[in-house]
Design a binder for this molecule. Structure first.
Ligand code: SF4
Length: 262
């Protein structure tokens, strides 16, 4: 799945299978995260089947999306939003992050660089714009007094309380992290790498074809229904070009580009 960067107030989303655009939606949603669920529901309703594996870029990662896919019997292959940054030295050396603290699963306690325990303080629920309620577990350090790691560990320079008086807290979205971990295992698998490579070639390629090959830069019409019709016609024309291209190259019946070995 991918999104279009066409000069427009409309957010065009393409679902691509075997290099063909198999579904598309037009929406006003400013971000990609909230487009995934309506897109998949719409596709499923009209196509009368559902895709088992859903590959999408980091902009589509959310707890709500993970739970939807799981409940819908689909597997996520979503690049995690922290994928690139989590590989940096700065991230790995950030002692204030839960990833860099020891965690005792049985006791549900983190241990910080200073050897102090951070246990559960309270649970917080918050509702997002789509109405989804997420849960965060707030952990609090038993004693941050006089800690020499404090300036490295406690972030948030806008806080009015002086650093000396502050106590480290952690906000942990357990459900999200569990799903992110499972997703990460999938995207790092051989199959996941194949899907992700193909997502960038095929989904991004579908927009590249519209912009470069077909020279499509701007919608001629206005209004959701008209823009949807225009996008559908474009997708059909592009799919015919793709079919022609695949016939010419003897590639009909192929679904995924193989990974080139070094
Ligand atoms: S500031 Fe608190 S949580 Fe952070 S290292 Fe020091 S004692 Fe531990």
């Amino acid at each position: 799945m991918g999104n279009g960067q066409l000069k427009s107030a409309y957010n065009l989303q393409h679902g691509v299978d075997s290099e063909y655009i198999t579904w598309l939606t037009i929406g006003p949603q400013p971000t990609d995260t909230t487009t995934l669920i309506p897109f998949l529901k719409d596709a499923q309703e009209h196509l009368k089947f559902k895709y088992k594996n859903i590959t999408a870029d980091a902009g589509y990662e959310s707890e709500e999306n993970y739970l939807f896919l799981e409940a819908n019997g689909q597997l996520s292959y979503i690049k995690t939003a922290n994928y690139e940054i989590s590989k940096t030295r700065k991230y790995k050396n950030d002692i204030g992050k839960i990833e860099n603290m020891e965690y005792d699963v049985k006791k549900d306690i983190y241990t910080c660089r200073n050897g102090k325990k951070l246990g559960v303080d309270h649970i917080r629920h918050s509702k997002n714009k789509t109405g989804y309620v997420s849960e965060k577990t707030i952990y609090k350090c038993e004693d941050c007094n006089g800690c020499s790691y404090k300036s490295e560990c406690i972030k948030g320079n806008n806080c009015k309380t002086p650093l000396e008086e502050r106590t480290k807290t952690l906000q942990v979205a357990k459900i999200f992290l569990k799903h992110r971990k499972e997703d990460l295992d999938r995207i790092l698998s051989e199959e996941g790498i194949l899907f992700r490579t193909n997502r960038s070639i095929q989904a991004e390629g579908s927009f590249g074809d519209l912009k470069q090959d077909m020279q499509f830069r701007r919608y001629l019409s206005k209004g959701n229904a008209n823009v949807l019709a225009e996008s559908t016609l474009l997708a059909m024309a592009r799919n015919i070009n793709k079919l022609h291209n695949k016939i010419q190259n003897g590639r009909t019946g192929t679904h995924l580009f193989p990974i080139k070995s070094a």
